[in-house]
Design a protein around this ligand. Structure first.
Ligand code: UD1
Length: 424
């Protein structure tokens, strides 16, 4: 197992380029199962989650090959299996995204029922209710969700909550269903829009993406396509928070600034200067300490839950008291206890963290508990006095491409080492 060793205190400066979006590429890879043929997907980040999705679709009969550093050639002509096994789904919950594409492409899917994860229970009841509304028969057997769709037809799907994965699964199931499907209370995230754009390029008829009502008119067949993944807004947001905490001055290239509006608005309120410049963001922190800001996570276009932990790290050195409320996942505050080990004053009451800013954090040995929590500990370490060691960084490799190289490029003192104290 690897760990990161960080010597805090360097102000980040320079230019960094963000990669393709993790949360966009996973459903795009699943969508290639919808229609047999050859696809090329560009701007694919080299991440552990991407490798896991490749492993999963390979088990279904896909041949995937890297043709360039960030470009995949996907051949789905040999897809002949509809079973997503426990061994893969337990490693990555997003494996459940093959449910919709297997139904759309093969009219049957058997997918290991995903369990809870570190940040919450994360049920898939809304995915299954939506599939049932499209005429699917859904059964749970021996830990697997078994779905058959002998008469896949359009239907009205009303989500209780705007679920990202649920919206993506229903989109993929509905594109070749007979008739019209309407998804109400649909997720509006840019990653959902990216999937719709790829499906449209394949010949799907979809309207309303980006709003809370999406209409899909089923088509008889689709055509494979080439597609480039959108930039990762959460990776960009993570660099913004790192810039803020180190009083840095950086340029983030290759992002879509309007995808980050809720984040940049809040960070400006905290005292950062952030300028949008085409596909770049120029960010600087000239104040000694950020102002305390309050944050409440909500579905897009609100403040993303995937930026909550990183912003909490920034607030640990703010001038004042900040309230950070998590409304999407019920257990997404595990980083608070680790931040306390670095001297932060964080009290968690229910789903709100009260952070009283301190002058300074001090380096410590801390443990990553999930993907974004790992990012928050790295951010805290960049500003802390002394050395911080973040263990269990396999979490960060799930969702950040070469984060230590990118941070080093900005002047951070961070290195990856073998963690001798941990089992392998
Ligand atoms: C996706 C993102 C994740 C992000 C999350 C919220 C991917 C691969 N992951 O996860 O990074 O943090 O969106 O923006 O894209 N819910 C139910 N029943 C369901 C489905 C969801 O109750 O059937 C609840 C969840 O428990 C959660 C909320 O709805 O409280 C939102 O979850 P959802 O949008 O589905 O998240 P994911 O798609 O799993």
């Amino acid at each position: 197992m690897d760990k990161f060793v960080i010597e805090g205190g360097e102000r980040l400066a320079g230019t960094v380029r963000v990669g393709g979006s993790k949360n966009a590429v996973l459903p795009l890879l699943a969508a290639t199962i919808l229609q047999k043929g050859i696809y090329t997907i560009g701007n694919v980040p080299r991440l552990r989650d991407v490798n896991t999705m490749i492993r999963l679709v390979t088990l279904l009969g896909v041949r995937a090959e890297w043709v360039d550093k960030n470009r995949l050639r996907i051949d789905t002509t040999g897809v002949d299996n509809h079973v997503a096994p426990y061994e893969v789904v337990k490693e990555m919950r997003a494996s459940v995204l093959v449910l919709g594409s297997l139904i759309g492409g093969m009219r049957k899917a058997t997918v290991s029922y995903p369990g809870g994860c570190a940040i919450g229970e994360r049920p898939i009841n809304l995915h299954l209710q939506g599939l049932a509304a499209l005429g699917c028969e859904v059964a749970i057997r021996e830990g697997y969700v078994d779905v058959t769709a002998n008469a896949l037809k359009g239907g009205r799907v009303v989500f209780d909550a705007p679920t990202v994965g649920g919206t993506e699964n229903i989109l993929m199931a509905a594109v070749t269903a007979k008739g019209e499907t309407v998804i109400e209370n649909a997720a509006r995230e840019p990653e959902v829009i990216d999937l719709v754009r790829m499906l449209k390029r394949m010949g799907a008829k979809i309207d309303g993406e980006g709003s809370d009502t999406i209409t899909i008119k089923g088509v008889r067949s689709l055509t494979p396509c080439d597609y480039d993944v959108i930039p990762d807004r959460i990776e960009a947001g993570t660099f913004l928070a790192a810039c803020g905490i180190t009083r840095g001055n950086i340029v983030i290239e290759g992002c879509v600034p309007h995808h980050l509006k809720a984040v940049t608005d809040k960070l400006r309120e905290a005292g950062m200067d952030i300028i949008e410049d085409g596909n770049s963001l120029r960010a600087a922190m000239t104040k000694k300490r950020p102002f305390a800001i309050d944050i409440k996570t909500t579905p897009y276009p609100g403040f993303p839950t995937d930026m909550q932990a990183q912003t909490m790290a920034l607030m640990c050195i703010s001038k004042g008291v900040s309230a950070i409320t998590e409304t999407i996942f019920e257990n997404r505050m595990m980083h608070a206890a680790e931040l306390r080990r670095m001297g932060a004053d964080v009290r968690v009451i229910g789903n709100t963290a009260i952070v009283t800013g301190k002058d300074m954090l001090s380096g410590a040995k801390v443990m990553a508990t999930d993907l974004r929590a790992s990012a928050s500990l790295i951010i805290a370490g960049l500003a802390a006095y002394g050395t911080t060691e973040v263990s269990r960084i396999y979490h960060i490799d799930r969702g950040y491409e070469a984060i230590e190289e990118k941070l080093k490029g900005l002047g951070a003192k961070i290195s990856r080492r073998k963690d001798e104290g941990m089992g392998s």
